[in-house]
Every structure is written in structure tokens, then in C-alpha cells.
Design a protein. Sequence first.
Length: 136
Amino acid sequence: MVNRTLDYGFNWTLYQEDDATIEDYDDSIISLQLKHFTEKEKNKKGYIKALYLHHLLDFFKETYVNIYNLELVFEKFLQNKVLIEITDTEGNHINFQEEIQEIFQLLRENKEELYIDLKGQYLPELEKSKNRKHEN
């Protein structure tokens, strides 16, 4: 079983204890990050958008679904990778659906640029794999 909750910026979110490890916390890393950045930036949500975009771009490399089907990628991303709502330190529910949808819309509008940027190690291998399947 692969742990899909990767350790991105874990130390940034733990600002009270220098020797903390992920095992010390009940919340997922993404939950800790969302709580930290929500406290850090109450209204602008730039860090929140960057966090979601960061995890979404990584998800393109991790997923087994067809990355050319953006709607499927977005659906699986929400199901398997991130939280869309947290409870802050004061007990308030904070929903990030609006920010997530802004990111999805940005990627829909810039699909060509997205796929060009994703090229590197992953997409050329995907293209080779597709070509091999078509040759057989």
C-alpha cells in the first residue's frame, strides 16, 4: 500500500516543536498544512491556493488515471489526495471548495501549457507506452 499523503512541508507546519515527527499528530499532513496556512493568512488565501496547486501537480505524476481527462483527475484528486474542509483552532469550519475550483478552472483554461509543463520524465514515458501499445 502506498502512502499517498506525502511529507511536503511538514516541518513548516510544525512551528511549536523542533523535534516533532508525523507520528506525534493525529491530523494528516495536508490538514496540518491547511490549518497552519489558514492561521498565517486569514483572508488572502494565497498560501492555500499554492498548497492545493502543489499537491495537484504532484498528483498528476502519482495517479494512474488518464491525465488527459482533467475532470477525472480533479475528481480523483478530491477523493484520494486532499481535504476540502478543515476545522480551525477556534472550532470554525473552513471550506476551500472555492479556491480549489479556481485552480481547476485555471488549469482547464491553460491545458496546453499544463501538459507542456508536465513534460519531463513522466509524459515522454507515457507517450512511449502509448506508442508501444498501438504498435502491438
